[in-house]
Design a protein around this ligand. Sequence first.
Ligand SMILES: Nc1ncnc2c1ncn2[C@@H]1O[C@H](COP(=O)(O)OP(=O)(O)OP(=O)(O)O)[C@@H](O)[C@H]1O
Ligand SMILES: Nc1nc2c(ncn2[C@@H]2O[C@H](COP(=O)(O)O)[C@@H](O)[C@H]2O)c(=O)[nH]1
Length: 204
Amino acid sequence: MLVLSSPSGAGKSTIARNLLETDPAFRLSVSVTTRKRRSSEIDGQHYHFRSVPDFEVMRDRDELLEWAEVHGNFYGTPRAPAEKAIGDGQDMLFDIDWQGAQQMKEKVGVDMVSIFILPPSIDELRERLKRRAEDSDEVIETRLRNARAEIAHWREYDYIVVNDDLNDAFHEVQAIVTAERLRRDRRPGLFDFVSEMLNESAVV
Ligand SMILES: Nc1ncnc2c1ncn2[C@@H]1O[C@H](COP(=O)(O)OP(=O)(O)OP(=O)(O)O)[C@@H](O)[C@H]1O
Ligand SMILES: Nc1nc2c(ncn2[C@@H]2O[C@H](COP(=O)(O)O)[C@@H](O)[C@H]2O)c(=O)[nH]1
């Protein structure tokens, strides 16, 4: 389970999209949100867009694995697809904030790897949000105001990637995924492998 977090505009959705396009083993956890849909977004693909009352029903029925209020809207991870993925051993990608990452860590523990994406600077963050041209000036200002508090949580993550050059940042994320998969897949067999090797050498 790979969690990507960052302040708004640092590029985590871009990196997540690249990962999903190049790595068929990953499935995206599609969050539920009460935020207004952006013109480029498709309901059910980028998010499940819901009203506040509908979100509250899901939350109160315990249908969300984690949830948080971010930039004045509610966001949550649907429980059923995430738990099925965990059960099936499927690699799943979560684009969630630090509050969600904390809650997920409590629930799934060692099976989760977390990466915090940093922008090269706050000025560049502002430029990216403006260039993306998806949010009003007011929303952009709110997100920039919140950025410092979000960045303050960087130490809680397993890895930090600075997204200055997108290609470099993406390759760093790919390298982390490769290393973590090796660790996960090789470690269970290593105990027997090493025991056998040591037993054999005792015979010699
Ligand atoms: N390394 C980069 N250099 C320049 N522009 C970038 C880089 N990475 C991403 N971008 C651009 O910056 C904008 C913000 O990226 P993106 O939407 O992926 O951010 P985000 O962290 O997912 O933001 P949010 O949390 O608001 O969804 C997009 O227009 C994207 O194309
Ligand atoms: N805790 C959660 N945070 C989430 C979830 N889905 C998205 N997010 C985070 O919200 C902000 C804003 O996203 P945007 O799409 O409005 O720009 C960003 O940090 C996302 O990572 C979720 O299910 N839970």
